[in-house]
Design a protein around this ligand. Structure first.
Ligand code: ASP
Ligand code: MG
Length: 419
């Protein structure tokens, strides 16, 4: 079996959905499992809906209406026949969502978030599945919550691998469909509450299902030609990487390359399942192949992160930073849920670079200040260069003061501020 993943951009409007059908026509007679994300930027809109529902930040009914209209505009372009069952199916789905936000919240924010935000994938897969069936590409719609089981860490569900594997196997052993369409990003607890796997988690779903079905390969269809050596948002001369090892892919996504969700590689590496990243605009082009072939990349890869904070922590009495301090400091970061992007230790201070989360960082600093002297520098940026050389370092540091420089054999990380 092959697994295809289509992200939000690949189903963002009626034209895009039609293009998905065109891509699938290139692979007739193949057993395919298709994992789809919410359409366009609908997950963000559903996050707003959750905030409106939970915190009354804006009028929930307005946000709801906006989301409904967005989808019905697409449905109307895809289905001329107003009596097509997709219309009643979608009306019912939206009525359910409307009811959910009419009552007052009964669970935690994260729990309510998952019940609401998950609707983006439920809706997109129903529309795409119905359209493909109409277009002659016969497929079976599957509720992924019936097969991907997680614990109850809402918004960051941890996969329960044993039960998931069993359920996935039994579905695929019994289905006669050669094409199955299902949702990325979602799971369910043992009590059948919906969970999500973390933002941008649809790639991870594709990898989970590949692992459980021993898939031949996975293809992620994107609006870029494949994995590039830098984000075109920051660099104008990006290059396509033809071949990437699992190791490099994991390193790059760990450092923040957004092309693949960081959790995606491990399940694929564990079963040696090749991952293709290809363009849905130019499906004939080869894109990037990610597999276990070890090859050092011929070009440096850059990962930029803006809106960073550099925090320096030192004992109040000028004593050394010892293991006991480090363990306490790490524990504080862990408890406050703040991910460390890079760090460097000296005799009397410990420096850490983190994303500037307006909610978490002030809390973190307050907590650290109980025992340490804490200085911080916000509005800094961080660049990670894998396979660096001096020329590339010189290029990215023009006009910047480098506040922190952490190097290993293949990777350099620099925290910088504009001069
Ligand atoms: N729709 C979800 C998100 O935007 C999952 C995904 O796109 O991978 O985060
Ligand atoms: Mg997305």
């Amino acid at each position: 079996m092959k697994i295809f993943k289509f992200g939000g951009a690949s189903v963002k409007d009626a034209e895009a959905v039609k293009n998905v059908a065109e891509i699938l026509r290139r692979f007739p007679d193949e057993k395919t499992l298709i994992v789809i994300s919410a359409m366009g930027k609908i997950t963000n809109a559903l996050e707003r809906l959750t905030d409106a529902f939970f915190y009354k930040k804006e009028n929930a009914a307005d946000v709801f209406a906006e989301i409904k209209k967005y989808h019905f505009d697409i449905i109307e372009k895809l289905f001329d026949d107003k009596s097509h069952e997709v219309y009643s199916d979608m009306h019912n789905t939206f009525v359910e969502l409307e009811w959910a936000i009419e009552e007052s919240p009964t669970h935690s924010y994260d729990h309510e978030y998952d019940q609401i935000v998950s609707m983006g994938e439920i809706i997109s897969t129903k529309i795409v599945s119905a359209y493909l069936n109409k277009a002659g590409i016969k497929n079976q719609w599957l509720d992924v919550r019936d097969i991907v089981k997680t614990d109850n860490t809402y918004r960051e569900g941890k996969v329960l691998w044993e039960s998931t594997e069993e359920l996935v196997r039994s579905y695929f052993n019994s289905t006669k469909a050669s094409i199955t369409i299902t949702q990325g990003f979602l799971g369910a607890t043992s009590e059948n509450f919906t969970t999500t796997l973390g933002r941008e988690g649809s790639d991870y779903t594709a990898a989970i299902l590949a692992y459980c079905t021993d898939a031949e390969n996975v293809t992620i269809w994107k609006d870029v030609p494949g994995v590039l050596n830098a984000d075109p948002k920051w660099f104008d001369q990006t290059k396509l990487i033809d071949q990437l090892s699992f190791q490099d892919a994991i390193e790059l996504s760990y450092y923040g390359a957004t092309v693949i969700h960081p959790k995606t590689i491990k399940p694929l590496q564990n079963k040696n399942i090749t991952l293709h990243v290809k363009s849905f605009i130019k499906p004939d082009e080869k894109g990037t192949v990610i597999n276990n072939l070890q090859s050092q990349l011929p070009i440096p890869c850059f990962i930029f992160k803006i809106n960073q904070v550099l925090v320096s922590i030192s004992p109040k009495d000028f004593s050394f930073i010892v293991e006991e301090n480090l363990s306490e400091i790490f524990n504080t970061f862990f408890e406050q849920g703040v991910k460390i992007n890079t760090m460097l230790n000296s005799a009397i201070s410990f420096s850490i670079c983190v994303d500037n989360n307006e909610r978490k960082i002030p809390e973190l600093i307050k907590e650290l200040q109980k025992k340490y002297r804490v200085l911080y520098n916000d509005n800094v940026e961080m660049v990670t260069i894998r396979y660096y050389d001096q020329a590339t370092i010189d290029r990215v540091t023009i006009g910047k003061n480098v506040l922190l420089d952490v190097r290993s054999r293949y990777t350099v990380q620099m925290v910088m501020k504009n001069k």
